[in-house]
Design a protein around this ligand. Structure first.
Ligand code: 5GP
Length: 186
């Protein structure tokens, strides 16, 4: 997605530990017009898959407007194990924070008959996405695929998830960030 790549080059900052900071437009201050374009692009790439729910731990509400205004389920994160027995729960190791946390979704909102698209901002080693896929499996819903805004192609997540046979669409794939210079895969 060309405008996304241009925006990453303009406003992205490469930090230590292979972290790309995009908080000027993606995950702190948010550019709503860009979000809308991102939603439109995901809708194109997942056209005809019958998505009726979107599961996310990041951005997705605007994307849902391009999927017949389907519900967006915001998976809850918590560091405690204070569960009430009516949640699908999985564990995710945070790439940026280095801690492991629970991610959970109420059994009320996901189940058999649902066709789920997972959307997340980044894909690095794949822990976050694997966690969300695990929740979809636990619920008995069908996984339509995963839409990622920025995949770091030099980390293992993309290969792991694609090897599982999941339809994975990343709007910008960063192949390297060596010496602070970002290069994309075509
Ligand atoms: P993974 O679980 O695939 O290793 O990492 C994905 C999660 O870690 C994303 O949900 C995102 O929050 C965070 N993350 C991983 N790499 C980066 C990065 O380079 N920049 C930012 N801002 N977040 C990242």
């Amino acid at each position: 997605m060309e405008i996304l790549k241009q925006r990453i080059l303009k406003d992205g900052v490469v930090k230590e530990g292979n972290v790309l900071k995009v908080d000027k437009f993606l995950n702190h201050q948010m550019d709503v017009k860009l979000f809308n374009d991102i939603g439109e692009e995901f809708a194109k790439r997942f056209a005809g898959t019958g998505v009726n729910k979107i599961l996310t731990i990041g951005i997705a509400c605007i994307a849902a407007q391009h999927f017949n205004n389907c519900p967006v389920i915001f998976a809850k994160k918590t560091l405690s194990k204070n569960l009430d027995g009516e949640m699908f729960v999985t564990q995710v190791k945070s790439y940026t924070k280095g801690v492991t946390y629970d991610v959970m979704v109420s059994e009320k909102y996901l189940g058999k008959g649902d066709k789920v698209l997972i959307i997340d901002d980044f894909l690095a080693n794949g822990c976050a996405l694997m966690g969300l896929i695990d929740i979809v499996k636990q619920s008995g819903a069908e996984l339509a695929g995963a839409g990622i805004v920025i995949e770091k192609g030099f980390q293992v997540g993309g290969k792991t998830i694609r090897d599982m046979g999941v339809k994975l669409e990343s709007l910008a794939i960063v192949d390297s960030m060596d010496n602070g210079t970002i290069t994309f895969r075509d």
